[in-house]
Design a protein around this ligand. Structure first.
Ligand code: AMP
Length: 490
């Protein structure tokens, strides 16, 4: 995240994936594979740091993992049996190499490399205080704040300094750190962003892996051991794995949007299969918002599991009415409105013989700005569809995310600006419906959303942010009364 700009600036949002290997020959090559499986979490830059017992090595690049980390020459430089890596997507502007992670610093205890998924929501304030007392920042990343807090901590051991630093930060962090004494993986007390632990080989003396998602364990043939728990620090050092819980225990609030969109469908997140949950959301959507049509059509790939669930629940035929080119990146990922429009056309095409003359319901996971839905509804009409209905497998995205998902500022969120009927008119659909927040919770195995103690961070849908938003000015703080009115109304 970028901290030199006002907090609600588009530039601040960052999506990331992290991966770490403790104790393996070719650790960096395994990290490159892991990052490959996490590429959907960030396509703008990638980096790997390794430690060979004496020296730290790193390589960072703008762009994808493939092409930047598959040359033998580069992988040979990343020596050592310990390595961590990071993929990131930040919106326009701060793509500078100095912000690409892992970040590295020489501390009193030796080298320290850190890879961070999430956003620290008091980083601007912390940075301001640190700079005033003499810290010199090298990047504009919020993650660097943690390094300076560790460096200036009065505690004696690196672990105590690290815990002291984390106790001062607010927001979301799943971290993997590489130090001279070993690897530390940890998750913020609310467990907002995911982090899992895996293993290759025997429990004693095998390789320990940490990853944002289980798909990255699969790619290197690692066995899933467990999630790193919210508020837990796992230290791998000297052949031992130790767990520390330095924070006051509180109810966790993992991100619900990981299940809706962000994670890969073949991952297990917080104990649930993402694919199964997405299908169940589609089923809920069919129960809540049925429609009399000929075909259920997914918006590929993000809407596919929910569309299968919708079709199975409603008994309507599931067909591929939109074909996606796999040689174009995620539309959302290309900064700049002009390019985004172009991207949608590049990415999807109507399966004309199938849809001509048919009544369709299109299923997608979410509407953010509305660009995709508008284009796709139009594409179906151009291909001769008789009716085009839209069903969305999440509630309306009304609020920005400050914890590591790239939702734009509220002024660009269609649902924050328009009623559902106005949104329907905007995307030119015959009807539009979203799954309810309780329907979403039901798909996740809960009876409903517990208003007093929701099981997930669902701030993008409800505005109920689980941490203080210290870096927002008072004017920008979500107005609780307004949010309540929205919730009652919606
Ligand atoms: P939009 O065209 O702005 O309404 O974006 C909606 C599309 O973007 C949907 O098809 C989603 O699958 C996808 N999407 C939603 N959230 C994100 C995100 N944080 N990053 C990238 N794509 C997203």
């Amino acid at each position: 995240m970028i901290t030199t700009h006002p907090f609600n600036d588009d530039k601040l949002r960052e999506e990331c994936g992290v991966f770490g290997v403790a104790g393996a020959i070719d650790a960096a090559a395994m990290v490159a594979l892991g990052l490959h499986a996490l590429q959907h979490r960030g396509q703008e830059a990638a980096g790997i740091s390794s430690f060979d017992g004496t020296t730290f090595h790193d390589h960072k690049a703008l762009g994808l993992v493939a092409g930047n980390f598959d040359s033998e020459e580069i992988m040979r430089l990343l020596k050592g049996e310990w390595a961590i890596g990071h993929v990131r997507y930040a919106t326009t502007g701060e793509t500078a190499l100095r912000n690409v992670q892992p970040l590295y610093a020489e501390l009193a205890s030796g080298g320290f490399a850190i890879a961070h998924n999430g956003n620290i929501s008091n980083a601007v304030k912390l940075r301001h205080d640190l700079v005033r007392s003499g810290s010199i920042f090298q990047s504009t990343s919020d993650t660097e704040t943690i390094i300076h807090l560790v460096a200036t901590s009065r505690y004696r051991t690196l672990l105590d300094k690290f815990i002291d630093a984390l106790k001062q930060v607010e927001g979301a962090y799943s971290l993997i750190c590489l130090t001279e004494m070993g690897m530390i993986a940890c998750r913020d007390p609310l467990g907002i962003r995911p982090l899992v632990m895996g293993r290759i080989g025997p429990e004693d003396g095998g390789t320990v892996i940490f990853a944002s998602e289980t798909v990255a364990l699969d790619i290197v043939g690692a066995e899933f051991v467990r999630s790193v728990e919210p508020g837990e620090l796992v230290v791998v050092s000297g052949g031992e794995i130790r767990s520390h819980r330095p924070f006051q225990q509180k109810a966790s609030r993992p991100c619900i949007f990981e299940h809706v969109y962000f994670s890969r469908p073949d991952s297990i997140v917080d104990g649930s299969s993402v694919y199964t949950v997405r299908k169940a959301i589609g089923g809920q959507l069919a129960i809540e918002s049925p429609v009399d049509v000929d075909l259920v059509i997914p918006v590929p790939d993000s809407g596919t599991p929910a569309a299968i669930g919708y079709a199975q629940q409603s008994g309507l035929p599931f067909e591929l009415g939109i074909i996606r080119s796999h040689y174009v990146g995620r539309t959302f990922i290309q900064p700049g409105d002009g390019v985004r429009h172009l991207g949608v056309k590049l990415k999807h095409n109507a399966n004309r013989p199938l849809v001509t003359g048919k009544k369709l319901v299109l299923i997608d996971d979410s509407i953010v700005r509305g660009t995709t839905s508008l284009k796709i509804v139009q594409m179906m009409r151009d291909a001769g569809a008789a009716e085009v209905h839209m069903r969305i497998a999440s509630p309306p995205t009304m609020h920005s995310c400050f914890y590591g998902v790239n939702t734009p500022e509220r002024s660009k969120l269609l649902a924050a600006q328009k009623s559902i009927e106005e949104m329907r008119q905007f995307i030119q659909a015959d009807s539009l419906a979203f799954v309810s927040i309780n329907g979403l919770y039901r798909a996740l195995g809960e009876a409903s959303r517990e208003e007093e103690a929701p099981r997930y961070c669902d701030a993008c849908f409800t505005g109920d942010y689980p941490t203080p938003l210290t870096d927002l000015s008072e004017r920008e703080q979500p107005n609780q009364l307004m949010l309540l009115a929205e919730r009652v109304g919606g």
